[in-house]
Design a protein around this ligand. Structure first.
Ligand SMILES: C[S@@+](CC[C@H](N)C(=O)[O-])C[C@H]1O[C@@H](n2cnc3c(N)ncnc32)[C@H](O)[C@@H]1O
Length: 490
């Protein structure tokens, strides 16, 4: 059955706070949310074939130990009366790898949760694109059913990315790009050094290293893979996944996992290196700017939280140095006109003089943190080559230019809201990336040349697309993520 993810729209005219959310459903939602600890990233499972957002499990559920210590982790549930002791001992434990070549859904086996979600899709056995869509939904429903058996959680958050959905093929695609470029320009004078910022589960690292080891052992021996990960929990998970199997353990001496935000980086890396940033830019903080419609001068937005905890948005005519620099660099670097909430320049005077003109434009969200990331690259990684990908458009965004999607998940449904000023930690806020603008800014800051392609063009060029073809010839690796682009240093 297709997992139902009908978006539940909450029309919130102003700002979201518990005081203004009166409806019983919303109250229940907020009560549930406040009962749970903050999660780092809340992603929405795909709602359409062509425009994707991501889902990834962010909350790990603890399990209880059975009283007689047989080493088995056990959770008794009143509403799950079936006694499965006998089956538990009878059924073999299988891994995702064991099931790789099976055509039918496995029965009478048991799998660790990790293995259950880990099983890669066998695209060549899937009928068509919609069938794949359905299977992703089923996979997540089954996965959540399993977790609910251990510990029900109506506010559990999930996100998924091309790296996870198309493993190992997407990782192999990136690896092909890296190895080809390495061999063309750096080999044999330099090692292949790969930095990955924000590595999630560590799946990209494992897929890339497996691919290089299996296809070019000489290059593998000269490969070093370094992860820069802000989240301690994800850094631990990456280490755990690295040490999980005999095969992955073999990569240990090639890998370094550095648990640090890229914005705290302070080590000068003079060696040439590739720098991966896959689906991370959308996490970076943005500033809001609105413009005086008459004078076209910018004002910078902020939020005030009052004694009752209510949020109030404000604007200041004084821009802080970071936002001011962003506007200056963008203006100087732009090789083409960039969008403005004031509309195209040739209509602005007309609009501001019109009888129905508004005093201020709608807000524009500017990627100030992304600019600072380019500063870090420029300052500490002078010989890097960036390989980045992210969403260039997001459906269901809050109002404004380059505006984010703000959402949470409740009872397995995505709940988008209409304002970014929500209780931090309970909602996921992620931004689209305007690749034209950031390409120009990256060039201006680093002095490097670049290429922007769509996700589809990139995978057409570097993937073995037969790997992800369904039986009727559709190819989800090409058709999903139509709203993603890539920026690379050339
Ligand atoms: C949406 S996940 C993407 C994970 C992975 N790249 C993928 O495509 O599956 C974003 C990742 O970036 C990490 N991240 C976010 N901000 C970061 C920062 N300032 N420095 C380092 N990592 C960061 C998050 O912890 C998470 O691992």
């Amino acid at each position: 059955m297709l997992t139902p993810y009908p978006p539940v729209f909450i029309a919130v005219a102003g700002l979201v706070s518990p005081n203004i959310m009166d409806s019983p459903v919303l109250n229940q939602l907020l009560r549930q949310l406040f009962r749970h600890p903050a999660c780092q990233s809340l992603r929405r499972p795909p709602s359409s074939i062509s425009r994707q957002t991501r889902t990834f499990l962010t909350r790990r559920t603890p399990t209880k130990r059975k009283s007689q210590d047989d080493g088995m982790l056990w959770t008794k549930r009143g509403d799950y009366p079936k006694n499965i002791d006998e089956e538990y001992w009878q059924y073999p434990t299988v891994t995702a790898k064991d099931l790789k070549n099976r055509r039918e859904r496995p029965r009478q086996v048991k799998m660790l949760t990790r293995e259950f979600i880990d099983e890669p899709f066998d695209f060549n056995q899937i009928e068509d694109g919609p069938a794949f869509h359905r299977m992703v939904g089923e996979r997540y429903t089954e996965f959540e059913d399993k977790l609910d058996e251990e510990k029900p959680d109506i506010a559990r958050q999930l996100w998924h990315t091309p790296t996870e959905l198309f493993k190992p093929y997407y990782g192999e695609t990136i690896a092909r790009y890296l190895v080809s470029n390495y061999k063309l320009t750096l080999y044999p004078y330099h090692d292949l050094i790969i930095y990955e910022m924000g590595a999630g589960n560590g799946t990209m690292m494992l897929n890339i290293l497996d691919f290089i080891r299996d296809t070019d052992y000489e290059v593998y021996q000269r490969t070093k893979y370094k992860i820069i990960e802000i989240s301690p929990a994800l850094a631990d998970l990456q280490t755990k996944n690295l040490l999980d199997t005999l095969s992955s353990k073999g990569h240990r001496e090639r890998v370094e996992i550095i648990n640090r935000s890229i914005f705290d980086w302070d080590t000068y890396v003079h060696s040439p290196c590739f720098f991966l940033a896959l689906e991370v830019f959308d996490n970076f903080g943005h500033d809001t700017i609105r413009y005086d419609a008459r004078t076209q001068t910018p004002q910078q937005g902020g939020v005030l939280i009052d004694a009752n905890g209510d949020f109030h948005e404000y604007y200041n005519t004084q821009l802080d140095p970071v936002a001011a620099r962003f506007l200056r660099v963008r203006q100087a670097a732009a090789r083409r006109p960039f969008p403005s909430p004031l509309g195209p320049w040739y209509l602005r005077n007309l609009r501001s003089a019109g009888p129905f003109r508004k005093e201020f434009s709608s807000p524009e969200y500017i990627p100030t943190r992304l600019m600072q990331f380019f500063d870090v690259l420029n300052q500490f990684f002078p010989a890097h080559r960036l390989v980045s990908s992210d969403f260039d458009f997001l459906p269901d965004a809050v109002p404004g230019l380059n505006a984010p999607v703000v959402q949470t998940r409740y009872q397995r449904q995505t709940v988008p809201v209409t304002t970014p000023f929500v209780h931090q930690g309970y909602f996921d806020i992620f931004f689209p990336t305007d690749f034209n603008v950031i390409e120009d800014m990256y060039r201006a800051i680093t002095g490097k040349l670049t290429q922007v392609t769509t996700h589809e063009d990139f995978v057409r060029r570097w993937a073995y697309i037969e790997d992800t073809e369904t039986r009727n010839g559709e190819n989800p690796l090409l058709t999903w993520y139509k709203n993603a682009s890539m920026l690379m240093t050339v």
